[in-house]
Design a protein around this ligand. Sequence first.
Ligand code: GUN
Length: 290
Amino acid sequence: MTIGKIIDGKAFAETLRGKVADGVGAFIAKTGRKPGLAVVLVGEDPASSVYVRNKGKMTVAAGMESMEFKLPASIGEEELLDLVEELNADERVDGILVQLPLPPHINEASVIGTIDPAKDVDGFHVVNSGLLATGQEAMVPCTPLGCIMLLKDELGDLSGLEAVVVGRSNIVGKPMSQLLLAENCTVTIAHSRTRDIASVVHRADIVVAAVGRAEMVKGEWIKPGATVIDVGINRVTDTEDGKSRIVGDVATAEALAHVRAITPVPGGVGPMTIAVLLRNTLVAAHARAG
Ligand code: GUN
């Protein structure tokens, strides 16, 4: 039995961060200032706090200015919108990221819609999603863009390939499908109401799993020779020893017998997200500097 290749997202992300750091050096030489990334965290969700801390460290390591705003979960929507507007107006800020999810009393769409689209390094603003959907230059969401980079590195030209995206979130599933379409893939989006999801996934040369359900995509669903990108980050607790570990949305051990290549969890897509965020921030800084 042949075993598929494990795609080393961690190494790819390190290389990308190195290229961004070189680009930051050139930006500073040209403009005399550092690119700046403002990250806003509302509340104390442990997973979000870890991400935000890592983002701050990596931003500084890439030679950029990191500005962090930690606000209590009780903050009112108006106050948060005021902060976003201040950041929009701040010349030192090239990128604004408001960590999601937000507390239920805050309207996420209003907050995202208040970010200046030119500083929207997450690519979540409707202006950016509309530009992406119509094939125009846009700020592209970090995780799906990272997935496309890994796919192109592995497969080269994606044109004509059957791609199935499992999950339809605004953060991953929808923009992922737009990016695959832009690469001339035949794209299907599968989701919780899809009938016979196993046979839908079995058509795919490329599977992108982004549903947030531990090991939902089974090995036997995968067409032999398919390439699988696993976006899931799910904490599960072992019933036997009570220890917790992180698994993806794909049953990786089973899938390895079927795939050409697959991203592991952890160490696959995860590290790409922050690397692409830094890249997007540098792109935004260049666009603002003219
Ligand atoms: N929460 C989970 N992923 C993301 C992301 O890529 N950006 C933001 N802002 N929040 C998130």
